[in-house]
Design a protein around this ligand. Structure first.
Ligand SMILES: C[S@@+](CC[C@H](N)C(=O)[O-])C[C@H]1O[C@@H](n2cnc3c(N)ncnc32)[C@H](O)[C@@H]1O
Length: 278
């Protein structure tokens, strides 16, 4: 008898919209039981997830940048460029790139927006990711970025410290997303803005191709390039578990943001969320 856990692996083209019906109470339990939380399609003890995420990113950190280029066919560079351009930075702003990983966003801000004299800080859970980021920044002659280890659920900053918080492809990995949003709202100055870039599973004509690509080719790339199939299986699964844009918008409003909006990019596979605190 085929276990429900393995359905998505055997039938990657299956519509994930019907997962709750297929999984019934088990699937809903993953969503509702706060002792357990999703880790891709798996359910793990909530207290263990952050450690598992840390371990996963530590393992793939060496190949993380290469994998991003391969998996997105270079598109992540365009998304990050547009993302940084959308920040509408002003002179001397304090910017936190949360879950900043190997520093793509921070490095782009520190180099392309250097004329605005921004103060840029990366805060990430995974030391190994930031080690790659620091090396990349130094190789490009950028020594102005601050690199801090920290968990988004308990940020090591005083209230009202930053003008802008960016988080690119990071929120979906955080165990307690509501807590992280509350923390971001706390450390933003009045009028401060959150910019969150995140994947979303597409609808419509792209869906079948996207599902095929993400459930078959991405894990294969993970296995052969990063030597870690499971990490990239997690990545594509975690996209399916991430709240839809309207739900994320409600979460932001509940956690202290006053205005929230989002826009979908590239055939709805990526969404930019913006939120402001009063
Ligand atoms: C997919 S990477 C994104 C890295 C980078 N922002 C980018 O766009 O390339 C996700 C990052 O989130 C970080 N992360 C996961 N959970 C976190 C947490 N609770 N607090 C801070 N960072 C976290 C991971 O360590 C990892 O570096």
């Amino acid at each position: 008898m085929l276990s429900k856990e393995f359905l998505p692996y055997f039938f990657p083209m299956l519509s994930y919209d019907i997962m709750p019906q297929l999984y019934g109470p088990v699937y809903m339990q993953y969503k509702d039981n706060s002792d357990y939380v999703d880790f891709g399609f798996k359910s793990v003890k909530t207290s263990l997830k952050t450690g598992l995420v840390n371990e996963l990113f530590s393992k793939v950190s060496n190949q993380y940048d290469v994998m991003n280029d391969v998996m997105s066919l270079g598109l992540h560079r365009c998304w990050k460029k547009i993302f940084v351009d959308k920040l509408s930075l002003k002179p001397n702003m304090k910017i936190l790139d949360l879950a900043g990983g190997t520093g793509d966003i921070a490095i782009r801000i520190a180099s392309k927006k250097a004329y605005l004299n921004p103060s840029v800080t990366v805060c990430d859970l995974t030391y190994e990711m930031m080690k790659q980021g620091k090396r990349k920044a130094i190789n490009r002659g950028i020594i102005t970025i601050n690199w801090h280890g920290g968990n988004a659920e308990k940020l090591p900053y005083k209230d009202k410290t930053f003008d802008v918080v960016t988080i690119a492809f990071g929120l979906r990995n955080i165990t307690n997303k509501n807590q992280a949003l509350k923390e971001i709202a706390r450390i933003l100055k009045p009028g401060g803005r959150l910019f969150c870039l995140e994947f979303m599973p597409p609808e419509g004509f792209l869906k079948a191709a996207y599902d095929f690509y993400s459930f078959n080719l991405i894990p294969w790339f993970g296995e052969h390039i990063a030597k870690d199939r499971e990490a990239y299986q997690y990545l594509v699964e975690s996209i399916r578990q991430f709240p839809e844009p309207d739900i994320l918008k409600s979460m932001c409003l509940e956690q202290g943001f006053s205005k929230c909006a989002y826009e979908k990019w590239t055939g709805n596979i990526v969404a930019l969320h913006q939120a402001v605190v009063n």
